[in-house]
Structure formats: structure tokens, C-alpha cells
Write a protein that binds this ligand. Structure first.
Ligand SMILES: *Cc1c(COP(=O)(O)O)cnc(C)c1O
Length: 377
């Protein structure tokens, strides 16, 4: 949503070109809502969603921990004031020298999903805590994470056993139910798998301590989504159901849910045209597209709310596209986007819910277009 602070900023500063404006007050509210919804879970903000230093500093000061995927992200979290014991190296795909560097910086918590990665960690990060990621079906997620990360629960048992053999601390299990997950029962299925790994290893005397329940918490785009509180209740009941009174330590790693609704992109209509006189679908070209930060429109997965000064008037379906000379730079075509008939060239539009996964996805200078500028207020 465009908050009054964001609207005031745009009205007074009038930044030229497309830009993202993030309202820190909304990030603060989101952090508190997560704390309240899951009071026993530690929050590890997924840095990749939006690594703006102002956001990281705010969250570090509020006591957040951080989920990072590279040495650069580890350093960003540290520069923002997070001590090493509040940072997890959560990428399952790491160079051995990056593991060594993170270990040197004090990082002691690492994700794995195979024996090969465990062996790297054992070589350069002796005694570190590792958690093994298990696959999830990703059902119910608008941005599913496929089979790239994680292994089947039976293999997670072997991976954690090997970690123990190599002198590492076999610490727990992690999963990610898929991003923009609107099915509250997704965590239940994943927690059932996590519990099986706990139980099997317990029989061998390996006592796991932690379940990392990942991200997936949604942002409201065009449709309402359940509030953080509803997620908290569903997740807590699932934890009780599978772990009874022996509740493990838990972590959540919200990215989108922490910053998505805190940001708005201001964009400008560059061109409105048709492909034939009798076409009833207009093409609307913005000064931002897939390469300027809206990569999550890939396969039309994420549909952002678009606000114009003409809202309320009659609308017609439009193909929405970006400004670059790449034919893939089309956001919505299979399902055209309804926009006001009175929208004209030069109008500004606001693209809401764009605080997550935009600046980091923007190309450096494709066709000479600058990377997406961002203001954090
Ligand atoms: C990207 C990522 C997250 C954040 O996911 P959201 O769906 O944005 O909340 C959390 N954990 C890991 C390991 C990730 O890679």
C-alpha cells in the first residue's frame, strides 16, 4: 500500500525515473506482527528480499536475526549491527572458501542438503551447527521453489548422521513451503516430515534441537491474504500436533512478508498503442519492466496492484510491458491487466507491494536503463 509517508515523499521530492520508496514504519509493524504471531520463534529476516542498509539496521536494532546466502550478505548484516551469532548462512550451495570466510567472521550456523556440502563444512568450519533442508511440495505457493533446494527426509537422516560423524553439530531440519504461500496447512505437511527426521535420528542417539520453518509468508497483492496471526496459529497447532510437548527451537525466515507491503514503485507510462486498428487490447508500456525490478512477473506469477490517478473510471484490458528491447519484457499478456481508458502517455502509476524482490532483481544497465533506484524513508 502507498502510505501517506510514501505519497508525501513522492509529492515533495518528485524523483525522476522509476523508483522504489520503502516506508520503514511498515517494516517495523511487520516485524512486531511476526514477533506477536510466533512469540517462541526467532526471526531471521531473509536479506535477499531487500538488503537496503536502512532496513537491515532497523531490523538489527529490533533484535532480528538474519538469513544470508553469500559472504556479501553476511557482511551486510554485520555492517547493520547484527552479531555473528544472529546470522545464518542459509544457502545450501556454497563455495568452500566462502564457508571458510563466513566461519572466520564468526558464523556458526549453516544450511546443507547433501553429504557433499556437509563434507565442505566439516573441512573449513569445524564444530559448526548444521541444519538439513528437506524438500516440500510447494503446493499453494504463488512463487514455488521447485526441487532446487532440499532432499527427501530419508536422505536428511543420512546427511545429519554424516555431520555428526565428521564432528559437526547436527542441529536441525529446515524447509521452505514456497514463497507467497497462502495455504495455511503447508507448514503442517512439512513439520510432519521434520518430525520424522527428528524421531529417526533420536533412535540413534542424535538429538536434533531446531526446526527452521523458512519463509513463505505472503504480501497482499490483488487478493487478501491471511494475517500473520493466522499463520502463527496454524503453525503453532502443527508444531503441537507433531512434536507434542517436546517442542524444538524454531526459526522463521520471512522475506516477502517483512518488506513486500512496505514498498511502492513509482513508474511512468511511456507509450500506449495498438497492434491493429481493430484491436481491443491496448499495449501499455511503462518505464519499468522485468529487467528493471519486476522479475517476479515471470510467468505472470506475481500480479501487482497498480494505482493510477484515473481509478474509478471505465477500464479495459491492457497488455502491460516494460521499456527494453527484449521481447520477454512483457509483464501481463496471457491475463491482460484492466487499466482505465483515460490513462495516457506521461501519466504516473504506482505499483504497490513492491518492497520485496525488486531492487535486487533489477539489471545493472540493460539497454542503458539505470538499476532501480530506491529511497528508504
Ligand atoms: C528466499 C528465502 C526466504 C524468504 O522467503 P519468502 O518467501 O520471501 O519469505 C527464506 N529462507 C530461505 C532459505 C530463502 O532462500
Amino acid at each position: 500500500m502507498a502510505t501517506q509517508r510514501i505519497l508525501d515523499f513522492l509529492a515533495t521530492r518528485r524523483p525522476s525515473g522509476p523508483c522504489l520508496v520503502v516506508d520503514l514504519d511498515v517494516v517495523r509493524d511487520n516485524f512486531r506482527a511476526f514477533e506477536k504471531a510466533l512469540p517462541d520463534s526467532k526471526i531471521y529476516y531473509a536479506v535477499k528480499a531487500n538488503p537496503a542498509p536502512e532496513i537491515l539496521r532497523l531490523l538489527a536494532a529490533m533484535g532480528s536475526s538474519f538469513d544470508t546466502a553469500s559472504v556479501a550478505e553476511v557482511e551486510m548484516a554485520m555492517d547493520a549491527g547484527a552479531p555473528a551469532d544472529r546470522i545464518s548462512f542459509g544457502n545450501t550451495i556454497k563455495k568452500e572458501r566462502d564457508i571458510a570466510r563466513a566461519y572466520q567472521l564468526g558464523i556458526r550456523l549453516f544450511a546443507v542438503d547433501c553429504v557433499e556440502e556437509v563434507e565442505k563444512i566439516a573441512r573449513v568450519a569445524p564444530g559448526a551447527r548444521v541444519f538439513c533442508r528437506v524438500l516440500t511440495d510447494g503446493e499453494g505457493a504463488e512463487w514455488p521453489l521447485s526441487r532446487k533446494f532440499g532432499c527427501v527426509p530419508a536422505m536428511a537422516v543420512d546427511v545429519l548422521r554424516r555431520a555428526r560423524e565428521l564432528g559437526l553439530d547436527a542441529y536441525g531440519v529446515s524447509f521452505h513451503v514456497g514463497s507467497q504461500q497462502t495455504d495455511l496447512t503447508a507448514w503442517d505437511r512439512a513439520l510432519a516430515d521434520a518430525k520424522r527426521v527428528f524421531a529417526t535420528l533420536a533412535e540413534e542417539g542424535i538429538v536434533l534441537k531446531m526446526v527452521n520453518m523458512g519463509g513463505g509468508f505472503p504480501t497482499r497483492y490483488l487478493r487478501d491474504v491471511p494475517a500473520a496471526q493466522a499463520y502463527g496459529q496454524a503453525i503453532f497447532s502443527a508444531l503441537r500436533k507433531h512434536f507434542g510437548n517436546a517442542l524444538p527451537e524454531t526459526i522463521i525466515e520471512p522475506g516477502r512478508g517483512m518488506v513486500g507491503n512496505a514498498g511502492v514503485i513509482k513508474s511512468e507510462v511511456v507509450l500506449i498503442s495498438k497492434k491493429a486498428d481493430n484491436d481491443n487490447v491496448r499495449w501499455v508500456f511503462l518505464d519499468i519492466g522485468k529487467f528493471g525490478g519486476l522479475a517476479e512477473t515471470m510467468d505472470e506469477a506475481i500480479r501487482y496492484p497498480i494505482v493510477t490517478a484515473h481509478d474509478g473510471g471505465e477500464t479495459a484490458p491492457c497488455v502491460l510491458a516494460g521499456p527494453t528491447c527484449d521481447s520477454a519484457d512483457v509483464m501481463y499478456e496471457k491475463t491482460p491487466y484492466p487499466l482505465p481508458l483515460s490513462l495516457t502517455i506521461g501519466d504516473e502509476v504506482l505499483i504497490e507491494g513492491t518492497g520485496a524482490y525488486t531492487t535486487t532483481y533489477s539489471a545493472v544497465a540493460f539497454n542503458g536503463f539505470e538499476p532501480l533506484r530506491s529511497y528508504v524513508i
